[in-house]
Write a protein that binds this ligand. Sequence first.
Ligand code: MOS
Length: 766
Amino acid sequence: MSNREIAPHTRGESLFVGDLPDPPGLLHAAVLASPVPHARVVRLDTTPAADCEGVAAVLTAADVPGENQIGGIVQDEPLLAEGEVHFAGQPIAVVVADTPRNARRAAAAINAEYEELSGIFDPREAAAAGSLIVPSRTFSLGDVEKAWKSCDVVVEGLTESGGQEHLYLETQGALVIPQEGNRLRIVSSTQAPTAVQRMVARVLGRSMNDIEVDVARLGGAFGGKEDQATPWAAIAALAAQILRRPVRIALTRPEDMQMTGKRHPYSSDFKIGLDTDGAILAYETTYYQNAGAAADLSPAILERSLFHATGSYYIPNVRVTALSCKTNLPPFTAFRGFGAPQAMFVMESAITRAAEVMGVDRRDIQRRNLLKEGDTFPYGMRAQQGNAHRAFDEALERFDVAAIEKDTDEYNRNHPLRKRGVAMMPVCFGISFTSTFLNQAAALVHIYTDGSISVSTGAVEMGQGVNAKILTVAAHTLGVDAGRIVIETTNTLRVANTSPTAASSGADMNGRATEIACTAIVERLRTVAAEILDTPADRISFDSDQVMVGGAASELSWEKLVFESYLRRVSLSAQAHYATPRIHFDRETEKGEPFAYHVYGTAVVEATVDCLRGIYTIDRVGVIHDAGKSLNPLVDIGQLEGGLVQGIGWMTVEELLFHEGRNLTDTLSTYKIPDILSVPEIEGHFLEDAENPNAVMRSKAIGEPPLMYGIGAYFALLDAMRAFRPDREAIFHSPMTPERVLMFLHGDRLDEEGVDVAEAETVVQR
Ligand code: MOS
């Protein structure tokens, strides 16, 4: 959001897909989704739906004029099911009617019969059955086999991390309006306008220049609209093209929760070896990623897990293997962090287990092994800054972790039934798309004859403040007041071939493109100003709407110069393209320099557990975060806090549960996210003097990294639980729901009292 959008947005005047005024003749689409996870569709009789009130059409795969295929990385996902369904929630047919209600009623009237097939829901079972999305991949550094022999301690373990529902406020949706020549204008709630344009063209058998995609803003996305906004736009476009009428689709919350993918659950094995000083000598893991029924972005997410396998640490001998396992669940997808949080949870679990076995503080192992400048990552790149250490040490000092631990010990001695725990969570996150070709962006800047400015880029505003950052870049580069600038909607007619706004890189790349375009215009204006003021061009600069000569304001204003330039027939528009330099990666050798740079930081998390009831609070989180030279500290603090709370939610109360392939947590009464009352006291600070030479205006990306501070909540809780039950081994099974806490604290004693523990644990699982 840019400045001028904040007030209307706060008043609720911003228009989302569902708020746009109804175009004349608007129809509404609803989807019949598979109720079963794996089946042959033996009968699909749509006539009862066609006879329903208000129905304009009922469409199935047979009505798709182009390719019935929306797979991006792998061509394995039909838009509408053909013959078989592979997950509960998979779209089978579309009803188009005069009202959303009539469309849904009619969809329910479709007569479909299924012959159920056996399903696979567990990623390890899928791997054992050879059901993989893509071949497995392994990153390695040094020689783990040799290294185990020189370790003093080697421990192994297993971790589980759950899925996560995005729960963007605005559900998936699109509005498609046929234009002259039956070209289509699509307003889509997507992070990836070009992906929507490309897939709609493919599904409809049209060319991309027949399809315009426009995005004003999204009511949240978090990765959930990187790939998974596309099918809904394609469904509405299919109906609009066939009926030649405007069509809107907007999923209800339960539909969205049932039909769309979420964060990937992972099941992982780890093995870690250390010497007696706590230096990690070797680390080996296998990740079983539950990919669901189609590839979606799973292979890219799996790749990012590999890149982040060792978290913030330097480990000389590493072997990490990742398997993308095909199951009969909705295709899991991008979610803030994109596979890195899952990998970091495994790394922190391994350190925790090692600390427990060695009888040392896990913080000492963490600190001992933090990345230093010049250290090599398993993928061959070297750490460029010493900010992992800086952030960790500043966190220790600023939040006085020694005092916190002393207070915690004292509290725990004095409270038999309440225990506190503390954990530090260092984060190191690579910035850039791991698919190198996606690291490009473009901008189109117009200056109108009155001196007002219009900026279009490929970045999508989704509440993360990218427009505010682009505004800052444009105002700074042009030397004008930000009030002169409008950041336009993201539109494929103005900026083409956009990468999704994702990988935390929206402001970095589109900001840089904006900077280049603005600089080109500034150069032209400088020449005109030099002529008017009769002074060398290199003495001219622009500041505060004024033309400056040798640093002092001249009598020539911005407006006057702009108009003069127009009269002299000088172009006041510029288009620019930016491609992140240097980055490369070789998937044969699994080595390269895939990231422009890394973001670092450390959190200190404190938690209190009620050991009688298993309930808990996350009390306080202190964060030292590396934001480079922040482009907008208010936006960045907002991202830090929001990401952190989302990460805490993933690790604690957000439990995504499937039973036999059916989502049991498809409403807000069964899926719990952190509410304002459960948000801890947060104290976030940015690392000072951390200017980043590798991004626009020496800033750093911020969207995803803070989410991973939330992983500290799991280990703070575990620390408190272990204070109550020092006799029990740590468990690494997130989310750490109150039920799971209770079972850790008392589950084994149920056995002594004659309670069937297996049964009790099953109850907890449900
Ligand atoms: Mo993001 S999870 O890269 O959309």
